[in-house]
Write a protein that binds this ligand. Structure first.
Ligand code: 3PG
Length: 212
């Protein structure tokens, strides 16, 4: 297994659930990440969907002990490079383009590229990727769909994301081809806006306790 795949797996295996965050206010990033780490969720994905996202990555990378901060919603090479420069330890994309694969090839930071069909998985396998994001998980066919890929595409592992919650996370975590799941449910917008860090730590602890 390649060094970057090992690096990625060592991050994704820190916990069963990777929180997917949309950070509106960079000032909330550090207390939010601390609340998640306190609940046992150390690998944290901050999506590049807001103007505050890069500052949020920088702040968490510099200030939150024990966190492994990654950047999500990376759509192109410029996003990839900015996310790495800000201190991301992993990078996540909803799908894959050649431009993104080229940027990732020249970086030491591992990419978790998105795929939702057998052909997309096969194309990424040809590029050397064995660990992929299955997105959008529920909408693309859910756990039953992913299970049906496990035999023909054996040796490929997924972090499904999209529509996953405490209710259905186990359906995915029990599959042989799932490493972890991703989800935003551990950091609800209202709780972040209210600064309810203790409540978020409780949600994180509940998620961290999920087993396959
Ligand atoms: C996303 O891209 O927003 C993530 O996949 C999270 O999805 P969720 O909000 O359904 O958990």
């Amino acid at each position: 297994m390649g060094e970057k795949t090992e690096k990625l797996l060592s991050i994704l295996k820190l916990q069963p659930v990777v929180p997917v965050l949309i950070v509106e206010d960079a000032a909330s990033a550090v207390p939010l990440a601390r609340a998640l780490v306190a609940g046992g969720l150390k690998a944290i994905e901050i999506t590049m969907r807001t103007p505050a996202a890069l500052d949020a990555v920088r702040a968490v990378a510099a200030e939150v002990e024990g966190a492994a901060v990654g950047a999500g919603t990376i759509l192109n090479a410029a996003h990839f490079e900015a996310a790495v420069a800000a201190g991301s330890t992993f990078v996540v994309s909803p799908g894959t383009t050649q431009e993104l694969l080229d940027a990732a090839r020249h970086s030491d930071v591992p990419l978790l590229p998105g795929a939702a069909t057998a052909s997309e998985v096969m194309a990424l396998r040809e590029e050397g990727y064995k660990v992929l994001k299955f997105f959008p998980a529920e909408q693309a066919g859910g756990a039953a769909y992913l299970k049906s890929l496990s035999s023909p595409l054996a040796g490929t592992f997924f972090c499904p994301t999209g529509g996953i919650s405490l209710k259905n996370a186990r359906d995915y975590l029990s599959l042989p081809n799932v490493v972890c799941v991703g989800g935003s449910w551990v950091a609800p917008k209202e709780m972040v806006a209210a600064g309810d860090w203790a409540g978020i730590t409780r949600l994180a602890a509940e998620a961290a306790a999920l087993k396959s």
